[in-house]
Design a protein around this ligand. Structure first.
Ligand SMILES: [Fe+2]
Length: 154
């Protein structure tokens, strides 16, 4: 007779708070399409307005792209699946690769036929996270923490 392991409250509830700790069962959070970025989807895990921080899962459909941007925050990206790169670089990223994107780094993430799936974390010094750029690196939009807030159900 199979006995199901009791995994506790997060087995059936997407989020809990344990004091100031936020716990998320990301499997129970739905993907949301990212506004203005076709083929890009996000699950916001935690958003800390006081500390200008957002943690999220991010995925792209095969051959999708995210707008060229300049980081006003520090970012990390840990790839969980797929195969992707920066238009400006040569490397491809796959499950287990890690990228550190410091403030001032400019790039355009795109996915190959395999799509992409990663964990990302943005740590800012204000609520300004990204400058969205045109091909000549002119700022055409800004992504602030409240942009991510619209996808946060916490
Ligand atoms: Fe980036």
């Amino acid at each position: 007779m199979d006995k199901k392991v009791d995994r506790g409250i997060l087995d059936t509830v997407p989020r809990t708070n344990y004091g100031s700790i936020i716990n998320v069962n990301s499997e129970l959070v739905d993907w949301t399409a990212v506004e203005g970025q076709p083929g890009n989807y996000i699950k916001v895990l935690a958003l800390d307005e006081e500390r200008h921080r957002v943690d999220f899962l991010f995925k792209q459909d095969p051959h999708a792209e995210f707008a060229k941007h300049n980081h006003r925050c520090t970012a990390i990206a840990f790839t969980l699946g797929g195969l992707w790169g920066y238009r400006e670089g040569e490397e491809l990223h796959f499950r287990g690769t890690y990228s550190y994107e410091p403030p001032g780094s400019i790039h355009t993430p795109y996915s190959t036929a395999d799509g992409m799936f990663l964990f990302g974390s943005f740590q800012g010094t204000s609520d300004l996270m990204l400058d969205i750029l045109d091909e000549e690196n002119n700022v055409i939009d800004e992504l602030r923490l409240d942009f991510f807030g619209q996808y946060y159900e916490g």
